[in-house]
Design a protein. Structure first.
Length: 106
């Protein structure tokens, strides 16, 4: 979650992202940690490597570096959330090795 308008990205950062929506002007839109990034020349569903060219308080702008094939395994935000959750958990909070939870199939 953003606090005080701090952007989770900076100019020059490169990200592999999936475009989630298209804005009113036809530009692709994605998010990084809730921060909106506008990517001209893309459409919803595109999987691309982008480079941030401009970063303002509440929105960033990027150019496409490369069109990627396939699909991301998980979204950028899902990965960030999982990492934060893992950092919060302590080893003693996890079930011990050999616990049935590790072998159950869902």
């Amino acid at each position: 979650m953003l606090e005080n308008g701090d952007a989770p990205v900076k100019v020059g950062d490169e990200l592999d992202i999936k475009i989630k929506a298209v804005g009113d002007k036809g530009d692709g839109i994605c998010k990084k940690d809730g921060f909106v990034i506008v990517v001209p020349g893309t459409k919803k569903g595109d999987f691309v490597k982008i480079r941030l060219t401009k970063v303002l308080k509440s929105v960033g702008f990027a150019e496409v570096v490369e069109k990627l094939k396939g699909e991301p395994k998980v979204s950028n935000e899902e990965v960030d959330i999982a990492i934060k959750d893992m950092e919060r958990k302590k080893a003693e909070d996890l079930p011990p090795p050999g616990d049935p939870i590790y072998t159950e199939e869902f």
